[in-house]
Design a protein around this ligand. Structure first.
Ligand SMILES: Nc1ncnc2c1ncn2[C@@H]1O[C@H](COP(=O)(O)OP(=O)(O)OP(=O)(O)O)[C@@H](O)[C@H]1O
Length: 257
């Protein structure tokens, strides 16, 4: 793994490309280095290859060109080491299992002893504010709470890289903004954790991230990388600052090209 005194490279893409067997060029020549502790949002039009990039980072789909390194190794190896975890737009909780059992599932699949997985699941539930809902069933939770449980399930393995594919897309605006703040709080508790977050929402991208990768329509390329040099912690007041407006405009402009 390439390391500098300042930051370690968590993900390195060099001329990364993906052509599906039917000839669709989903991703073309993407060069991007993502460092330890970053919160990087991908924004772009529908079909620009954001999910394809995520699938390649998690090792679920292989590149057809270029190179991709995750934690200095192959994406599959990084996943085996539990260095990566993901959260999707759909909470994907098992309806017949309690919240605690859902959250501890990744540890159960790895053969972690019961007592240890219970303790770790409780820790993750506390992080997302669901400590008192460990015994509840998913159907008893609101949409926002289901997403919190889904985030807890990703955090339970203490991943170094957390991939979130439009996690708040199905939530109402108030819940969405609350979860954005909660996610930033969780991220800041682990300075090494890197978050990659896909969203269609420019405001969400700027509020959350340290950097925004703006994707072009198919074939997906990174059209611009926009820094968000605003310190953390950020609170609601950031959304109404001139700086926020300026960065939103830069990202929106880049999206048009
Ligand atoms: N398995 C597949 N076989 C062929 N084409 C595919 C496959 N998966 C995705 N594609 C195509 O590749 C392109 C990129 O898809 P992808 O899902 O990565 O985009 P996206 O940016 O995540 O889209 P959205 O924002 O709508 O989720 C799209 O044109 C899609 O139709």
């Amino acid at each position: 793994m390439a390391a500098t005194a300042e930051a370690i490279e968590w993900v390195r893409m060099e001329r990364l490309s993906k052509v599906y067997p039917n000839g669709t060029v989903a991703v073309q020549d993407v060069n991007l280095t993502i460092r330890e502790g970053e919160f990087l949002c991908f924004v772009g039009p529908s079909g620009c290859g954001k999910s394809t990039i995520f699938k390649m980072i998690t090792g679920l789909s292989g590149p057809t060109g270029g190179t991709l390194e995750v934690m200095g190794t192959s994406p599959k190896q990084a996943r085996k080491q539990s260095d990566t975890a993901f959260v999707f737009q759909d909470h994907t909780l098992l309806p017949w299992s309690s919240v605690l059992d859902n959250v501890s599932l990744p540890l159960a699949l790895r053969g972690v002893p019961r007592k240890e997985r219970k303790a770790e699941a409780e820790r993750a539930l506390e992080l997302v504010g669901l400590k008192d809902y460990a015994k509840a069933m998913p159907r008893q939770l609101s949409g926002g709470m289901k997403m919190r449980a889904s985030i807890a399930r990703a955090l339970v393995s203490k991943p170094k890289l957390l991939l979130m594919d439009e996690p708040f897309g199905a939530l109402d605006e108030i819940t969405r903004q609350t979860l954005q703040l909660e996610l930033l709080d969780i991220w800041r508790q682990d300075p090494k954790m890197t978050v990659l977050f896909v969203t269609h929402n420019v405001f969400e991208a700027v509020f959350l991230s340290t950097r925004v990768a703006v994707m072009t329509p198919r074939p997906g390329k990174v059209a611009a990388l926009v820094d968000v040099p605003v310190p953390f912690p950020r609170d609601e007041s950031f959304r109404t600052t001139p700086e926020f407006g300026r960065i939103v405009r830069s990202v929106s402009e880049a999206l048009k090209h």
